[in-house]
Design a protein around this ligand. Structure first.
Ligand code: IFM
Length: 474
């Protein structure tokens, strides 16, 4: 992007910034009560620990066809017959677009220090590139201003799976150009919002996009082509590197990194075969993403291990690895489950699971993962940007409280072991659209009524509020 365009964008951002002022202080959030306090006892976290909650645009915003928003691949995909449970879509989702101030008040009442959201690329750039949609951008100004006014640090993710459909029509992430379109969009956001947003994340879970969007096809864009998947995976990483470079180029203050979902991989038994298979799965699940982002190279043997005629070989150009390895300020870690691998390369489950059958509950895995990152990749600051569980229990979600308590304790142990863990964002703030599962899985601290969209704090929200207020786990 040329400098003249950049100045124009900055001017648009500034002009839009103040155009929709927040209404006067709203009524207390539903269920609000006096903030808990008292001396911190038990497992005390470091001062300034960033207790947070996470969401993503398509999963909560709704307003899918409002104020000039363009379609994303998820709008298209969720409207295809049979792709989501019950035919659910994100058309309305949690209606956060219209209830943003109510949600901000709920966050304030929880005592959140940090809120991690994503920007809908096609809301701010309906065609994925070109002219900014001022009304779409205005929504993010309202959100960010509202967070800052409430003392909550905004953490913006640039890509949480909702590729603009207009770019998908041009080949999407299978095209190398998509990495550049993404970096251009990122740069526009840095200029537009970067004076207020101190924490940026480039990609959310590129592994999931590759695995579910391009390999099994159960997520948008619904491809079932492993060869294309690996090309898309490389271009996603390239987009990450180019966006980090663009961030540095803007001179904006703040931090930037990627949000990677990682799973510690264990041999299912003590056999040498299981150990070998576990190493192979770890290469694909973890090192294939961590090494390029943090070390600027694909792991030894990973590319060579792809079939000789795989298109990913041609996709990886000289210099790409260094670009992907542009220095990150932070690594955002998303932890849900471990993996146990047999000598035959199969997977076994060794612990209880949740309503989401893939979510095997193993809090020690979080400790193992965090300490492993420090051991293998050095002392980069870490923040957990997702951890949580769905439950069929409604507002009395004691199982979620137990889950979070055990994972917070594992995080505390990692900090005590010297890991530079700076924050913990629970997935998710609100019940939301859980992709192919539609609204059948409810992951929120805050209940969202499926029909009325009314909000109600769950027991886990009250419990979390106490943890945050004490900065400690009792
Ligand atoms: O809802 C998702 C989120 O969008 C990405 N990480 C996993 C969550 C639970 O499946």
């Amino acid at each position: 992007m040329r400098r003249r365009q950049v100045l124009t964008l900055a001017a648009v951002g500034a002009a839009v910034a103040g155009c929709t002022p927040e209404p006067p202080a709203s009524a207390p959030a539903p269920g609000a009560s006096a903030a808990p306090g008292g001396p911190a006892t038990g497992l005390v976290f470091p001062p300034g620990f960033a207790w947070g909650a996470s969401t993503s645009a398509y999963q909560i915003e709704g307003a899918a066809a409002e104020d000039g928003r363009g379609k994303s691949v998820w709008d298209t995909f969720s409207h295809l017959p049979g792709r989501t449970r019950g035919g659910d879509t994100g058309d309305v989702a949690a209606d956060h677009y219209h209830r943003v101030y109510e949600d901000l008040d709920l966050m304030k009442d929880l005592g959140l220090k940090s809120y991690r959201f994503s920007i809908s690329w096609s809301r701010v750039l309906p065609a994925g590139r070109g002219a900014l949609n001022a009304k779409g951008l205005d929504f993010y100004h309202r959100l960010v201003d509202g967070l800052l006014q409430r003392g909550i640090t905004p953490m913006a993710t640039l890509f949480h799976w909702d590729t603009p459909q207009a770019l998908q029509d041009k080949g999407g992430w299978e095209q190398r150009d998509c990495a550049h379109w993404f970096a251009d969009y990122a740069q526009q956001m840095f200029y537009s919002l970067g004076d207020k947003v101190p924490a940026w994340l480039t990609l959310n879970e590129p592994k999931t996009v590759v695995a579910l969007g391009y390999t099994t096809g159960i997520h948008a864009p619904g491809k079932k082509d492993r060869r294309a998947a690996y090309v898309a995976g490389h271009h996603l990483l390239l987009g990450h590197g180019l966006a980090v470079k663009a961030f540095r180029g803007t001179g904006r203050k703040g931090t930037i990194g990627a949000a990677l979902n990682l799973s510690p991989v264990y041999p299912a038994d003590g056999s040498p075969g299981a150990a070998e298979q576990a190493r192979a799965v770890d290469l694909d699940e973890n090192r294939r993403w961590l090494d390029p982002v943090l070390l600027g190279k694909y792991p030894d043997g990973w590319l060579a291990g792809q079939p000789a005629d795989a298109p990913v070989h041609a996709a990886v150009k000289d210099g790409d690895a260094a670009l992907i390895g542009e220095r990150s300020d932070v690594l955002a870690v998303q932890y849900y489950n471990p993996m146990h691998v047999t000598a035959q390369g199969g997977r076994v489950t060794k612990h209880p699971t949740t309503q989401a059958s893939w979510l095997e509950v193993y809090p020690d895995g979080l400790f193992d993962l965090l300490t492993r990152i420090k051991r293998d990749y050095g002392d980069i600051p870490l923040t957990i940007t997702e951890n949580g569980m769905p439950t069929v229990n409604d507002v009395q979600d004691d199982d979620r409280i137990a889950f979070l308590r055990d994972h917070f304790a594992a995080a505390h142990r990692a900090i005590a072991a010297g890991v530079r863990l700076q924050g913990f964002h629970v997935w998710s703030l609100l019940d939301n659209f859980e992709w192919a599962e539609g609204y059948s899985q409810r992951w929120g601290l805050i209940r969202v009524d499926p029909a009325t969209k009314d909000r109600r704090r769950k027991a886990s929200a009250d419990w979390y509020r106490n943890v945050i207020a004490r900065n400690a786990l009792a």
